[in-house]
Design a binder for this molecule. Structure first.
Ligand code: C2O
Ligand code: CU
Length: 472
């Protein structure tokens, strides 16, 4: 089965198939919009009890932005500003990273690199321009293996000034949870098995906080679906049923032309896809966004189809209006860099540098570290890439492990240099399968210190992170 065998599947729990499909909506009330004295809207990560599992099971103790799973959707018009005061009501320090936004470095939310973690009871003001339209998300970037698994994430939507011609849109935040029968999150957040294998994969999958996410649609209706993979390790394999669709954007960035969805869509952790779908199912039927689990398909979102909006379907959708791109110069002039990924279970890593010295794989395992980038574990003093603003970089990523890794570069979008020399779509997260080599190119356009790491968050915590410095 190759790329998608059992190695990176998670535990299973004995919920019935019916309950897997018919979840219960998180029953938290909408908070009133609070404003700090500065005029900033408040966003408050906090512990909250939510009925994630079906009612036969107890509610779950989670950590959530404003007590909601997922956190509130933040929406702004392109060119507008996002201003939020993070008020930390968690028992742990935290921060917010605005994933995929080409942001002012000081607002990027990475403790140890761009800011101090916000202590319990403390606050931090985020204030930045939303230059690019698209589907983004925000999540905790402190102890994220634990904090994202506890639910600290939400959608961030930057609206185009020329939106596509659709009848409606839905943001679908896909998440997973590793739950026990008592409704509680399981296994701590530092299991060495998760860290050395595929990461922490949940046994209960939700869309917008419920396993039975259902909306009403109409036959021949055209909808925009904004899919966000907020899971800490799970790669979603998705398909359409009763819907005909086109991919119109990846990781927030419009494709030059819409691509018909003909086979399964892979959505790695942190990746987004914008779809335009036409409801083709008959009135009275159901259409689905389907999650494929081996041979079996499960409803990830259900559309109950009411009477037709029109007698016939519309023509093929147009492309979204592109964001300003940062075109790179001739690739022959690009500065080359290499990232060698090693380690993990069955990876054969002998030793690597950690904490200033060479350690054997056994010594590394004792401190719960399992992965190396270019022979070093975790953040190094020197950046992987030292660039001047405007410099074109081409980076070869060699995955010498048997696991897939979803590599995310902060503050920039890149394009893949495909084998035939052509360029792939702009993305901020690339899924690199086991034993695979891929190459990306981008302009280091945004001054500051930027993290580059695996978004399988247990991997990040177990060594898979490095950084890039861009000098103004
Ligand atoms: Cu979405 Cu550094 O992460
Ligand atoms: Cu990884």
């Amino acid at each position: 089965m190759g790329k998608r065998d059992g190695k990176f599947r998670g535990h299973t729990m004995h919920l019935t198939r019916r309950s897997l499909i018919k979840g219960v909506v998180a029953s938290t009330a909408l908070p009133t919009l609070a404003r700090a004295q500065t005029g900033y809207h408040i966003i408050e990560p906090q512990p909250a009890k939510v009925q994630l599992l079906p009612e036969a099971y107890p509610a779950s103790d989670l950590w959530l932005f404003d007590g909601r799973a997922p956190g509130p959707e933040i929406r702004v018009a392109q060119g507008g500003r996002i201003e939020r005061r993070l008020v930390n009501s968690l028992p742990q320090a935290t921060s917010i990273h605005w994933h995929g936004i080409r942001i002012d470095n000081a607002m990027d939310g990475v403790p140890g690199l761009t800011q101090e973690a916000v202590v319990s009871g403390g606050h931090f003001d985020y204030d930045f321009a939303a230059t690019d339209a698209g589907t983004y998300w925000y999540h905790s970037h402190n102890q994220s293996t634990e904090q994202v698994a506890r639910g600290l994430y939400g959608a961030l939507i930057v609206e185009e000034s020329n939106p596509p011609d659709v009848d409606g849109e839905h943001t679908l935040v896909l998440g997973d949870w590793l739950l026990g029968e008592d409704g509680q999150l399981r296994d701590g957040f530092a299991s060495s098995h998760e860290r050395s294998h595929g990461g922490r994969t949940g046994n209960y999958v939700t869309t917008n906080g419920t396993a039975g996410y259902t909306v009403v649609a109409r036959r021949h209706q055209r909808l925009r679906l904004r899919l966000i993979n907020a899971a800490t390790a799970q790669i979603f394999e998705l398909g359409l049923h009763g819907l005909e669709g086109w991919v119109v954007a990846l990781d927030g960035m419009p494709l030059e032309r819409p691509e018909p969805v003909t086979s399964r869509l892979l959505l790695a952790p942190a990746q987004r896809v914008d779809l335009i779908v036409d409801v083709t199912a008959q009135t009275g039927d159901e259409a689905y966004l389907v999650r494929l689990e081996g041979e079996q398909g499960v409803a990830q979102a259900t559309f109950t189809v009411a009477d037709a909006v029109s007698a016939s379907r519309r023509p093929t959708p147009a492309a979204l209006v592109p964001n300003t791109e940062h075109p790179f110069g001739p690739l022959a002039d690009a500065t080359p860099a290499v990232l060698l990924m090693e380690g993990g279970a069955m990876g054969g890593l002998q030793s690597a540098i950690f904490d200033g010295g060479k350690r054997s794989a056994r010594e590394l395992a004792q401190v719960n570290q399992f992965w190396a980038f270019n022979g070093e574990v975790g953040l190094t003093d020197a950046p992987l890439i030292n660039a001047t603003a405007g410099e074109t970089i081409r980076l070869e990523i060699r995955n010498d492990t048997v696991f897939p890794h979803a590599m995310h570069l902060h503050g920039h979008h890149f394009r893949e240099i495909v084998k035939d020399g052509s360029l792939g779509p702009m993305r901020d997260t690339i899924l690199v399968f086991g034993r695979e080599t891929r190459e990306i190119a981008f302009v280091a356009s945004n001054p500051g210190d930027w993290l580059f790491h695996c978004h399988m968050l247990s991997h990040q915590d177990a060594g898979m992170k490095t950084w890039m410095r861009v000098l103004a």
